[in-house]
Design a protein around this ligand. Structure first.
Ligand SMILES: Nc1ncnc2c1ncn2[C@@H]1O[C@H](COP(=O)(O)OP(=O)(O)OP(=O)(O)O)[C@@H](O)[C@H]1O
Length: 512
């Protein structure tokens, strides 16, 4: 059997943690090999070792049968290994073409002038070959996340990579984009490339991978043949217990209106109206799902509610009080909680310790501060409690630098902080993006618990299954407009899809 990559007995230690503990993984040539594991299991670390971003503490790497003494990203690129990272590595102010050729610029004449024409042509050809429809002249900041990912893939193909690493590539994509990506991966393999795929989504592994290696808490568990292994079997190997895929939920018992949004309009920087006359309400003791295809104004709507963007018209009433002109802090103090879409930009200060991030909004208040002095014992105790309750895993516990934590555990830290504050209104945006099935089960349970404790929850998710599973009422947005406001039990996947596509409209039927 020819192997594209062999990682043999790899161990990697970080302060306080063995992120990889004697792991062996073999990627067969021309195949897709999935890497599965809970948040913090060590998947990204293992792939970073393969790409030469980290040196292993011990172990051997072979590429096409040859032992590599010391891998580094340049050597990895020479060996035709490419990686699409979980958080993209693109320069926002550069164009697509500039990003793709960066570090490998074609030059013309003796003056070493960058030959952007040749680059553009090559990129266009590659883009057409894979049906990507990417404009080489578009600026990264102007294109969607799905498009940005295609740019990352083109970056690998431009360098002729034949061992491709995808680190949670579908976490940021819409369902349609996920289908496209799966087709792209199948096609790449047909052309002889070999793929390593990190994902938490077992359905994706089932639909695209040949083999799957499972890690748990840094240790190797097994490598299985995907065709003959069921989803529950893989889930159990990953978390070490049975996973409940259905949500236990009693009917809601809604009470008074907590959030009342009336004719809300939001404009972007260039004065284009993104949210148009949008109205809905959320009552105490219910979950309202906000459904829509990515880029239809839902993010801006949430930003306006949270105070991160200004509403140009309309009212936002929180418990009857108009908070449209309140600052973010004032909104928090009045009882709003926010689990944001972009955890790095709005959720965490990455260079703070975990315990500091757990009191981001409340550090100046009692009991965490007394006469302006931080009460470290209380802050430590608070951090330990949340870490324990929400199973936030990191090398040095509350003292971990947040930047060094795995993506999923960063997300768990935000959720722990926001739920612990027990706000009257909780804005929950993509809460389980990048989380493993065990953590999803727990977080979904906690959101329902908040509802049952009388909290109002507004849930925005691009995962329609998540919206349908959790919501009591669903409000649908298309091109900034409300296309439906409907009781969950009077609709289904297909019906919501039509509202999301703007092909069907319905007035508010939830108060009938
Ligand atoms: N640079 C670093 N310094 C210290 N600890 C680190 C560093 N990078 C990773 N770790 C720790 O190693 C462990 C494994 O992290 P890794 O990112 O590999 O997990 P993962 O399986 O990719 O998780 P996720 O699915 O949440 O992204 C985590 O406990 C993390 O906190």
């Amino acid at each position: 059997m020819a192997y594209a990559v062999e990682m043999l007995n790899i161990t990697k230690e970080f302060p306080g943690i063995k992120a990889n503990d004697n792991i062996t993984l073999r990627l067969k040539e021309g195949s897709i090999h999935a890497l599965l594991g809970e948040n913090g299991a060590g998947k990204s670390t293992l792939m970073s070792i393969l790409f030469g971003l980290y040196q292993p503490t011990s172990g051997v790497i072979k590429v096409h049968g040859e032992t590599i003494k010391e891998m580094d990203p340049n050597l990895a690129t020479e060996l035709k290994i490419g990686m699409v990272h979980q958080h993209f590595k693109l320069i926002e102010s550069f164009t697509v073409a500039e990003n793709i050729i960066l570090g490998d610029e074609p030059v013309k004449n003796k003056m070493n002038v960058i030959d952007i024409k040749t680059a553009n042509r090559k990129i266009k050809e590659l883009s057409e070959q894979y049906g990507f429809n990417v404009d080489p002249n578009a600026k990264i900041s102007d294109i969607s996340v799905g498009m940005q990912q295609k740019v990352e893939i083109l970056k690998m193909l431009y360098r002729d990579a034949n061992i491709l690493i995808f680190d949670e590539p579908t976490a940021v994509l819409t369902p349609q984009e996920i289908d496209d990506l799966i087709e792209i991966m199948k096609r790449l393999v047909k052309e002889g490339k070999s793929i390593l795929l990190i994902t938490h989504k077992l359905i994706e592994i089932k639909s695209v991978a040949d083999e799957c290696t499972i890690l748990r808490r840094g240790k190797y568990i097994d490598t299985v043949d995907v065709k003959t292994t069921s989803i529950p079997e893989m889930a159990e190997m990953m978390v070490g217990r049975n996973v409940n895929f259905t949500i236990d939920k009693k009917p809601a018992n809604p009470k008074e209106v907590i959030l009342d949004v009336k004719n809300l309009c939001v404009e972007n920087e260039s004065k284009k109206q993104i949210v148009k006359d949008f109205s809905f309400d959320v009552r105490a003791g219910e979950i309202v799902g906000l459904a829509g295809v990515d880029g239809n104004g839902q993010s801006e709507l949430i930003y306006a509610l949270a105070g991160l963007m200004k509403a140009s018209k309309g009212e936002i009433l929180l418990c009857g009080e108009d908070i449209r002109n309140c600052s973010v802090k004032e909104r928090f103090d009045k009882g709003m909680g926010h689990i944001p879409e972009d955890r790095h930009k709005y959720g965490l200060v990455l260079d703070f310790l975990l315990k500091e991030n757990l009191i981001l909004q409340s550090y100046a208040d009692a009991p965490y501060a007394k006469h302006g002095i931080l009460q470290m014992d209380i802050i430590d105790e608070h951090a330990n409690k949340l870490i324990d309750e929400f199973d936030v895993r990191s090398g040095e516990g509350k003292e971990s630098l947040t930047r060094s934590m795995s993506g999923g555990n960063q997300q768990k830290a935000i959720i722990a902080r926001e739920l612990d504050r027990s706000p009257k209104l909780l804005l929950v945006v993509q809460p389980t993006r990048g989380l493993d099935v065990g953590a999803i089960e727990y977080i979904h349970g906690r959101i329902v618990e908040e509802r049952d404790n009388g909290k109002a929850v507004l849930l925005m998710s691009l995962d329609l299954d998540e919206i349908l599973d959790l919501s009591d009422r669903i409000v649908v947005i298309h091109d900034g407009e409300r296309t439906a406001f409907i009781d969950r039990d009077k609709t289904d996947f297909k019906d919501i899809g039509l509202y999301m596509a703007g092909e069907k409209h319905k007035e508010d039927t939830t108060h009938e």
